[in-house]
Design a protein around this ligand. Structure first.
Ligand SMILES: Nc1ncnc2c1ncn2[C@@H]1O[C@H](COP(=O)(O)OP(=O)(O)O)[C@@H](O)[C@H]1O
Ligand SMILES: [Mg+2]
Length: 322
């Protein structure tokens, strides 16, 4: 299990540490997909990167809380072990396939590097493994592909290569941050199909960061909705789709292309996500919320709603449902 416990993160803004993620708890379990959704700027990528302590390179700091891989804290782990975990037990697939590949090294050398770092295969076995991984991600002509350089490939092929590299360390968990956003719609579908097959075949736990509810419906078992650095609603896919309880979740769902009536336009939520440092008191969504009252200026806790799995951070839940 990979677990985020009560994590708060700060980012550097004009030399100050400003809170950007607050009191966030999530857990990934093997064989299941947790979707993290929310508009741009809500802190999804910060959260995803924190699961490998990657944000620290850009000045992101832990303010409180912990991240546990099988009950061991990533923060108290020796650097050497952390490097093994990155790309080993926990692999990451990024949004932009080009920046994640190094343009000056061949595809083969980049895949082999990951295999050598995380397995004890000899060079011959590693080469065979690389070809096998390429087949797994739907790339047939592996031998010639290994000789090529990233800029010779299409976006979809590059993302397949990155997925192959993610699988090279035999991960238990995959963190996928908007893995298909940069791709054409037709390619997106195929990449998602591939990710889902791999996740199910290998029983991986997956964090899927997305703002696409269609993708959530297709892939996820559980959903966490993030707004302005905190989780505002969380539950099973059924909880969220059948009984969305937070006004923000409902508004996001109304923005889904499939919810647009024939000839209608895609809805957007008026206003924008408050940036870190300007969340204000109480509910962070209140300025954009049609249900808001004075009472929303008080701190609102994430509370279990109805049955066990569904949690919501809103004092007007009953009104929202009605
Ligand atoms: N390294 C950083 N330094 C300063 N600000 C950052 C950094 N990373 C993210 N931010 C800010 O934190 C907020 C959340 O960012 P992010 O996690 O990327 O959101 P999302 O992935 O949901 O779009 C944004 O306001 C972003 O500008
Ligand atoms: Mg992001």
């Amino acid at each position: 299990m990979l677990e985020i416990r009560n994590l708060s993160l700060s980012i550097p803004i004009s030399n100050q540490a400003v809170l950007a993620v607050s009191e966030l708890s999530l857990s990934l379990t093997e064989g299941s997909v947790l979707a993290l959704v929310g508009e741009s700027g809500c802190g999804k990528s910060l959260t995803a990167q924190s699961m490998l302590r990657l944000g620290e390179y850009q000045g992101v700091r832990r303010v409180e809380g912990d991240i546990l891989l099988h009950n061991q804290s990533l923060f108290s782990m020796p650097d050497k072990q952390l490097r093994q975990v990155r790309g080993g037990s926990i692999a990451m697939i990024f949004q932009e396939p080009m920046t994640a590949l190094n343009p000056v090294f061949s595809i083969g050398s980049q895949i082999l590097e990951v295999i050598q770092l995380h397995t004890d295969l000899n060079p011959q076995q590693a080469h065979a493994r690389a070809l096998e991984l390429l087949v797994d991600v739907g790339l047939q002509d592996g031998k010639s592909l290994l000789q090529q350089y990233p800029d010779a490939l299409s976006g979809g092929m590059r993302q397949r290569i990155l997925i192959a590299m993610a699988m090279a360390g035999n991960p238990e968990f995959i963190i996928a941050d908007e893995p298909t956003t940069a791709l054409d719609v037709s390619v997106q579908k195929r990449i998602i199909g591939l990710l889902r097959t791999l996740q199910q075949d290998k029983g991986l736990g997956m964090l899927l960061v997305t703002h696409d509810f269609g993708l959530v419906a297709e892939m996820a078992d559980e959903v966490a909705v993030m707004y302005a650095g905190e989780i505002i609603e969380q539950g099973s896919v059924m909880d969220i789709f059948d009984f969305p309880a937070h006004p923000y979740t409902k508004a996001l769902m109304n923005c889904r292309p499939e919810s647009v009536k024939h000839g209608g336009r895609l809805a957007v939520i008026p206003g924008k996500v408050p940036a870190p440092g300007s969340w204000g008191q109480g509910c962070r969504f209140k300025s954009r919320c049609t249900f808001a009252t004075d009472a929303c200026n008080q701190h609102v806790a994430l509370e279990t709603w109805q049955q066990g799995t569904h949690q919501v951070r809103c004092i007007h839940v009953e009104a929202v449902r009605a």
